[in-house]
Design a protein around this ligand. Structure first.
Ligand SMILES: Cc1ncc(C[n+]2csc(CCOP(=O)(O)OP(=O)(O)O)c2C)c(N)n1
Length: 283
């Protein structure tokens, strides 16, 4: 059972992270993938501030957990979650995000940004890379986990299921896939493009241990991360997290047009007001 104080601390961080995302989206002149950033905010806070064994002062520690952001278009969401943990400087992210030569690219690059474990952005590849990292850890008898965050739309890619199949074959109990099941992709709702349901059952059929949660319920996120099977177990774990794209900003929630966008002053103010209202805070 999740500790109440810990859940409150994480929810406060999630509010701060959402306001920081909205402020970046207001400042940045190009489009930010704000819808899918807001859908995975609580999950990334749960991971970087509770579940993952990572330390911003010791980023090469061989025992650290490895995080792979397979939905690489959500890079800035990961940067901000990590900035709140002390890895990066938020003001520098806002100042340089998406510019030529910035380490904070629209998709993450591990070469330019130490602390990031995996370069990504071409959808459908992250889980395969995570499988490779997990095999390596298992062969070397290392005790860390490899956690991979995927989009549900992304899992239309066949490579995701090849990776899922091999993860069970290699008995990768050290591998965790977290799926941001927001039921939307770039220009449509997932079910309009591909018949995905019964979605969790598909992961079960591939031999995974499956946990289904509300991906905005911090209690459930903490419980899921705290109750992962041991890394030596034989099955990888899939956390299917039911989420809402644009979560926390009323005019963005479940709206296809807010997959990516930028905010004019009026929308920016309204988004901050919506967040404050939905978190019971002063705007
Ligand atoms: C191989 C590949 N094809 C297309 C894209 C363009 N693209 C970026 S985001 C996106 C939608 C992804 O949907 P989903 O995985 O559900 O992410 P979310 O809705 O959570 O943002 C697409 C098609 C890409 N990045 N990579």
């Amino acid at each position: 059972m999740a500790d109440k104080q810990e859940v409150k601390r994480l929810n406060d961080l999630a509010y701060e992270m959402r306001t920081k995302l909205i402020n970046l989206c207001g400042v940045y002149e190009g489009a930010v993938h704000i819808g899918g950033d807001l859908s995975m905010t609580d999950l990334l806070i749960g991971l970087f501030h509770h579940g993952l064994n990572v330390d911003p002062t010791d980023i090469k520690n061989p025992r650290r957990d490895r995080f792979v952001l397979s939905k690489g278009h959500g890079a800035v969401c990961m940067y901000i979650a990590m900035a709140l943990r002390g890895f990066f400087d938020y003001d520098e992210i806002v100042r340089t995000y998406g510019q030529m030569d910035s380490a904070y690219g629209m998709h993450p690059c591990k070469v330019h940004l130490p602390g990031v474990e995996c370069s990504s952005g071409s959808l459908g590849q992250g889980l395969s890379m995570a499988v490779g990292m997990a095999i390596s850890a298992k062969v070397k008898k290392e005790s860390h986990r490899v956690v991979c965050m995927l989009g549900d739309g992304e899992s239309c890619e066949g490579s995701v299921w090849e990776a899922a199949m091999s993860a069970r074959s290699y008995e990768l109990g050290n591998l965790v896939a977290v799926i941001d099941r927001n039921k939307q992709m770039m220009c449509s709702y997932t079910e309009e493009i591909t018949c995905m349901e019964p979605y969790a059952d598909k992961w079960k059929a591939f031999g995974w241990n499956v946990i289904e949660i509300d991906g905005h319920d911090m209690n459930a996120i903490v419980d899921a991360l705290d109750s992962l099977p041991p890394v030596t177990s034989l099955r990888p774990t899939a956390i299917v997290a039911h989420t809402t794209k644009g979560k926390g900003v009323d005019f963005m929630e479940k709206v296809i047009g807010w997959h990516a966008g930028s905010l004019n002053k009026e929308d920016w103010d309204q988004a901050l007001k919506d967040l404050a209202k939905n978190y019971g805070k002063e705007a």
